[in-house]
Ligand binder design. Sequence first.
Ligand SMILES: NC(=O)c1ccc[n+]([C@@H]2O[C@H](COP(=O)([O-])OP(=O)(O)OC[C@H]3O[C@@H](n4cnc5c(N)ncnc54)[C@H](OP(=O)(O)O)[C@@H]3O)[C@@H](O)[C@H]2O)c1
Length: 247
Amino acid sequence: MTVVLLGHGRLGSAIAEGWRLTGTVSDLTILTRAVPPVCPSDTRALLIAVKPAAWREAVAPLLTTLPVDAVVISVMAGVREADLSATLPGRAIARVMPTTAVAQGQGVAAIWSEAPAARALAHTLFDAVADTVDLDEEALIDAATAVAGSAPAFFYALAQALAAAGVEAGLTPEAAKRLTRGALRSAGSGAGTDASLDELIARIASPGGTTRAGLDALQDADLEAAGRAAVQAAVARAKALAGDQPA
Ligand SMILES: NC(=O)c1ccc[n+]([C@@H]2O[C@H](COP(=O)([O-])OP(=O)(O)OC[C@H]3O[C@@H](n4cnc5c(N)ncnc54)[C@H](OP(=O)(O)O)[C@@H]3O)[C@@H](O)[C@H]2O)c1
């Protein structure tokens, strides 16, 4: 299968690396600015991985060579199918929202398309490198972006807050930083198992113990409200960037 990857930045290069690792794509053309913007005549899929502000200019020179029966897969946040369709008439569109862990074949990717063939092709390209999650509505891509694409940054921010609290409790900044990063790695390896989040918590938090006391304090500080605020703000920002509501 011939696939064209437009954009080789953080996410584009991670996708290419995951495909190489898993042997998913046999014939990959990577279009950077240094490469003539031409699609091979047998292109089955064009994957757009440039920044949302750059995509129209980047796609324009490809219109003459991209076959009309090629599927367009966009991993861009906040670029709607209607806009992609208007610029790339006739091509079936799928939107995919992956994380950069696709590079190690361990990403997660939300998939949405109205066209069954485009959805199927998106699965062909991402099933080997990610846990793929089908969405029923395009609007849900924004929520998926918040709880998957953005969420690692939310976890890092919580880790920073914990490290700062560790320093207040007497640890040196260096010790707090290393201990918190190690804790984040432990949490990540737990998330890589089949255990539910409740089970993972229960394995660490015994009744009446120190972890349980900390979890209760997090609830008292309204951790759920903090999570809701982060997701709602990220969703609202995505809608504003797509022009659905004022920025
Ligand atoms: N990073 C993530 O974790 C993540 C997760 C989910 C979705 N996304 C989406 O993925 C897209 C890319 O994000 P990113 O973080 O990978 O950005 P990035 O690192 O800036 O990569 C974008 C790449 O596109 C290239 N590019 C721009 N115009 C081009 C053109 N005309 N022809 C060829 N290449 C061109 C850029 O090259 P120059 O540097 O030369 O401009 C850059 O290498 C965004 O739309 C974002 O919403 C990213």
